[in-house]
Design a protein around this ligand. Structure first.
Ligand SMILES: [Fe+2]
Ligand SMILES: [Fe+2]
Length: 207
C-alpha cells in the first residue's frame, strides 16, 4: 500500500460523506410520485432509506478498508467492482430520501470511520477471511433489505424497485466472494456482525 492508495481512498471517503456519490446506472424505475403515499408511509420509507443509505456509507468504508489491507490484485478488483455498485446504491438512496422529503443520517461520519477500521482489520486477517467477511456482510444486508421490502408500503413502487435492485446486487457480491474463495465465518463472528449492524440500523432509523 503506497501513499497514492491512501490518498485515493481518502478522496473516495470524502466524496461518500460529502453526499456527492455518482451513480453509473440509472435509478431503478418505479412510480416517481411520493404524493401517492400517505404522510406516514412517506416518513417510514424515508427512515428506512436513511438506514439503507447509512448502510451503503458503511459498505464503502468496509470495502475501502478491506482493499487497503489486501495485497491481492484480484481481490482488490472484486472489491472495487462491488464498491462501484454500492456507490450506485448510495446515490439512489440519497435521491430517494430527497424525493420523500427526508434526510440522511447525522452520524454517517462516525459509522464511516468505524467501518473503515473494521474493514481494514478484516483485510489484515488474510484473503480467505477477508472474502468470508465480505460474503457474510452481503448476506446480512440481503436479509435486511428483505425486511424492508416486507415493511414498505405496497404502493411505494419506486422505493421498492430501488431496494429490490440493491438486494440483487448484494446477492451478486456474495456470490463473487464465494467464487474467489471466501471462508465461512464462525457463528459467533456472524452474530457479532449482526449485533453491530443492529445498533447502526436502530440508531440511523432515528438519527
Ligand atoms: Fe449496497
Ligand atoms: Fe454489496
Amino acid at each position: 500500500m503506497g501513499i497514492d492508495d491512501v490518498i485515493l481512498e481518502l478522496d473516495k471517503g470524502l466524496r461518500t460523506l460529502a453526499g456527492t456519490p455518482r451513480a453509473v446506472r440509472p435509478m431503478p424505475v418505479g412510480d416517481a410520485d411520493p404524493s401517492a403515499l400517505s404522510p406516514a408511509e412517506r416518513q417510514e420509507a424515508a427512515a428506512l432509506m436513511r438506514v439503507n443509505h447509512c448502510g451503503e456509507v458503511c459498505a464503502q468504508a468496509l470495502y475501502q478498508g478491506q482493499a487497503l489491507a489486501s495485497d491481492n490484485a484480484e481481490l482488490k478488483r472484486a472489491l472495487e467492482q462491488a464498491a462501484r455498485e454500492e456507490e450506485d446504491h448510495l446515490a439512489w438512496a440519497e435521491q430517494r430520501i430527497a424525493e420523500l422529503g427526508g434526510r440522511t443520517s447525522l452520524l454517517n461520519p462516525l459509522w464511516y470511520a468505524g467501518s473503515l477500521a473494521i474493514g481494514f482489520a478484516a483485510g489484515k486477517l488474510g484473503d480467505a477471511w477477508n472474502l468470508g467477511f465480505l460474503k457474510e456482510t452481503e448476506r446480512q444486508v440481503e436479509r435486511h433489505l428483505q425486511g424492508h421490502l416486507d415493511r414498505l408500503s405496497a404502493s411505494d413502487a419506486r422505493t421498492r424497485a430501488i431496494v429490490a435492485a440493491m438486494q440483487r446486487d448484494e446477492a451478486g457480491h456474495a456470490r463473487t466472494a464465494d467464487a474467489l474463495g471466501a471462508r465461512e465465518l464462525p457463528r459467533p463472528v456472524k452474530e457479532a456482525m449482526a449485533a453491530v449492524a443492529k445498533v447502526m440500523t436502530t440508531v440511523s432509523y432515528r438519527l
